[in-house]
Ligand binder design. Structure first.
Ligand SMILES: [Zn+2]
Length: 483
């Protein structure tokens, strides 16, 4: 029997605001001492009244516009009631019936094929506190995170594989950082993902019972957890069992999902509109104004790089991984064209040597670009294209510039790295190479032209890559004619 998997993702993204969703407490809780960023409102004390954070709501609208959602005129905050120690008020403020953003979509490319994943909604939510489980079995509660603004992005259940789920999550991660509404810091939980997974036999119309995998926070683990869960459910069904609606956690160490509790249904939460917060009415003028704050989106910028700068689709993906890389590339292109280089020269050096050095050093673009600037890369390309330095020297100059931040021209001048085109000097080197390599000379006389290449190689080595290859070859031919 063949089975079909159906997956829907709920992505919780922390919104980049200075203060919490309903009070003035700071949001940089991760680095503060436990329970220092708290007040009566986010501690859920009786009588404390919430004040919605305008910036958080505007950033969700911005996200909705970037994801092609409809921004609702009317929306409501609701209370989702449940008890848990990390939730001091015993209800979470969220949206239920009237979310702020409705519909929308995320476009991904799966094995070269375009796929559109539709969104159900994007809504406002507040984060809970954090339980720290101690080795002695006690648990400590830190409410610094309680009330931090979140948006929940809910996809339609139309993702078909674990790989698609990962690509969708990666695409959201890129977009949210790109438009500046989320830090993108997965390690600190700024973006967390719950996956709803069900399987059904091919040909069956109704979905199987869904299992929710909670709080997966890396791209790799989203794919692993969903793959594991699909296989597990197929195995249960193949063995004649049934799948119960439930919530499972992902254990990274064992590579398995583990049942946490049987799943509650929406009516268990007794959602009702929060009486402390009047319904929102989104002003259309404000929505239009927020739309003007959107930067050129990644997909549009990627397409423009392909058409305007003739980079390949794969290179365009790398050059639009985030706004910093894209801006660095475009600034370098502009500077390179002034040095009579091309956009392609800029992408070759950035994706080649520059990315290699970033990887080797484990350094961020922001840190490295304080030393090596777009102007430096353009200057180096200019020196190479003018024939001032050889390609071999250019790589060396590039690395020195990367390490020290010295301008390429200054490096070439200080270290005497300009190309050796002087024919007398090269002829001397060629004669020495001929004298030192009688076998190559014999090979040449026996008609093996490869011997010339070998002798040119000797000159290149002796000149530490600074000899002009064409001039070196001419010198070798001249030196061979003398013997
Ligand atoms: Zn507070």
């Amino acid at each position: 029997m063949k089975y079909i998997a159906t997956i829907g993702l709920e992505v919780h993204a922390q919104i980049r605001t200075a203060s919490k969703m309903f009070c003035g407490c700071r949001t940089d809780a991760a680095h503060a001492a436990p329970n220092t960023n708290v007040c009566p409102t986010c501690l859920g004390l009786p009588g404390a009244l919430p004040v919605p954070n305008r910036s958080a709501i505007e950033q969700i609208v911005k996200t909705g516009l970037a994801l092609h959602s409809t921004i609702a005129v009317d929306s409501t905050m609701s209370r989702k009631n449940y008890f848990y120690p990390d939730l001091p008020s015993s209800y979470q403020r969220s949206q239920y019936e009237d979310p702020l953003c409705v519909g929308g979509h995320v476009d991904i490319v799966v094995n070269g094929v375009d796929r559109r994943i539709n969104l159900t909604r994007i809504h406002i939510e507040e984060d809970t506190g954090k339980l720290n489980h101690m080795p002695d079995g006690t648990s400590l509660i830190d409410y610094n995170r309680a009330g931090v603004p979140l948006m929940e992005i809910v996809s339609e259940p139309e993702i078909q594989s674990a790989e698609e789920a990962r690509l969708y999550f990666q695409s959201l991660h890129q977009l949210l950082s790109w438009i500046g509404v989320n830090s993108g810091n997965l390690e600190e939980g700024a973006l967390r993902c719950d996956a709803n997974v069900s399987v059904r036999p091919e040909g069956q119309k109704e979905f199987g019972s869904k299992v929710e995998i909670k709080n997966v926070n890396s791209f790799k683990n989203v794919e692993r957890a969903i793959n594991f869960e699909i296989e597990r459910q197929i195995q249960v069904l193949t063995d004649g069992g049934t799948i119960k609606q439930s919530t499972r956690g992902w254990n990274d160490a064992t590579g398995k999902t583990v049942e946490q509790r049987s799943k509650e249904f929406a009516h268990d939460y007794r959602y009702f509109p929060d009486p402390d917060i009047p319904p929102f009415q989104m002003d259309r003028t404000l929505v239009a104004e927020i739309a003007t704050r959107l930067p050129e989106l990644p997909s549009a910028r990627r397409q423009r790089f392909i058409t305007e700068y003739a980079v390949s689709p794969a290179d365009a993906d790398l050059l639009t991984a985030n706004t910093a890389v894209a801006a660095f590339y475009e600034t370098t292109v502009a500077a390179t064209i002034k040095q009579n280089g091309t956009a392609r020269d800029a992408s070759v050096w950035i994706l080649g040597e520059f990315f290699r050095l970033l990887n080797d050093q484990g350094e961020s673009l922001a840190a490295a670009s304080e030393r090596m600037t777009p102007a430096h890369i353009a200057e180096l390309i200019g020196l190479l294209n003018k024939g001032t330095i050889t390609r071999a020297s250019a790589k060396e100059v590039f690395e020195i510039c990367y390490r020290e931040g010295t301008a390429p021209e200054a490096i070439v001048a200080a270290r005497g790295m300009a190309v050796i085109g002087d024919s007398d000097a090269l002829l001397t080197m060629a004669r020495e190479a001929v004298a030192a390599n009688p076998k190559a000379v014999a090979d040449f006389k026996a008609g093996k032209d490869a011997a010339i290449k070998f002798l040119v190689g000797q000159i290149m080595r002796q000149s530490r890559g600074q000899a002009s290859p064409q001039a070196a070859e001419a010198a070798v031919v001249a030196a061979l004619a003398e013997v």
